[in-house]
Design a protein. Structure first.
Length: 310
């Protein structure tokens, strides 16, 4: 099998002569939620069933960064450089101050009722935190704690740390999962992965896109891409507005016009990806790190992360 399959010649401008996938470490059960700490040249990610956060550096390899992480999933850095976590176990968004190590809960309830299990999140340039809240962490004790949902649906939320206001920005996605803003934050992409746990294959495996108006409202929902095989569990944007999403067998790369440009095949089921200004790569572009089942993979590309994909 080709490591990179091309469907549109436009993809060639992000490929380098040495753009090939390499495995950097292994040893997880299910890897999710990668985030790059540039100042430390460290990749962090969740090993959800093992209830821990793992780390990897070029010099030290893989290590356990946090035991008993309360089943974290997605991670993101806020504007002050604090690490935000989606906690399945706590049914909350939590924050780790990377300078002091202090851990605090930012939000865990909407209208007085517990959230489902926050899954993925992004931080907008105004400091607001946007996150998805599907039920995956409360369906069993494998990736959280089995419980009944207290919410009326599976929502996408916007949390303002300054005002402490939590609002529903989207209720139309059946089971929202990955999300990302376009580079200019005029668009928000949201995955629907309601097919994830259905044995009959029913449900959704697509990404929808919305216009962002007034900085905080979503309008004009439309289909952006149907991901097959597998699901758009998580994705990131580059600075041209191209979308890099997980699927069952690859990272699929989409132009902003919705064209599937190509696939980077991965030998394990893919969950997510993140861009990194990896100093060990010795090139001007960024490295794409991929979380895939038990392992972490990376590929050097001639592109850079969107500022909306930190």
């Amino acid at each position: 099998m080709l490591s990179i399959e091309t469907f549109d010649s436009r993809i060639e401008r992000i490929l380098l002569p040495d753009s090939k996938l390499e495995k950097v470490c292994t040893g997880a059960i299910w890897s999710e939620g990668p985030v790059w700490l540039e100042s430390q040249q460290t990749l962090l990610w969740s090993d959800i069933p093992n209830n821990r956060i793992l780390s990897w550096t070029a010099n030290e390899g893989m290590a356990v960064w946090r035991e008993s992480s309360n089943f974290t999933n997605g991670h993101y850095l806020d504007l002050d450089g604090n690490l935000l976590h989606c906690s399945h176990g706590g049914r909350s968004i939590i924050k780790t101050d990377l300078q002091t190590g202090e851990v605090s809960t930012l939000v865990d309830r909407y209208l007085g009722k517990r959230l489902n299990s926050p899954n993925d999140l992004v931080v907008k340039s105004d400091g607001t935190i946007w996150f998805t809240d599907p039920p995956y962490g409360i369906l069993s004790d494998d990736e959280g704690f089995k419980a009944e949902s207290e919410q009326e649906g599976n929502f996408v939320f916007r949390f303002d740390p300054q005002s402490q206001e939590l609002t529903v920005v989207c209720s139309s996605i059946e089971e929202p999962n990955g999300l990302a803003f376009s580079p200019d934050e005029s668009l928000l992409y949201i995955a629907d992965t309601s097919a994830a746990l259905r044995e009959d294959g029913s449900g959704n495996h697509h990404i929808n896109v919305f216009d962002v108006v007034h900085g905080y409202q979503l309008t004009n929902e439309r289909r952006f891409a149907d991901v097959s095989p597998g699901l758009a569990d998580g994705f990131r944007m580059d600075n041209e507005g191209w979308l890099y999403t997980s699927s069952e067998d690859s990272i699929q790369i989409y132009h902003q016009d919705g064209t599937l440009l190509g696939k980077i095949y991965v030998p394990e089921k893919v969950s997510n990806c993140t861009f990194a200004a990896d100093h060990s790569s010795n090139h001007d572009g960024h490295t794409l790190y991929v979380t895939a089942s038990t392992s972490i993979y990376r590929i050097r590309l001639n592109t850079k992360a969107s500022l909306a994909s930190r």
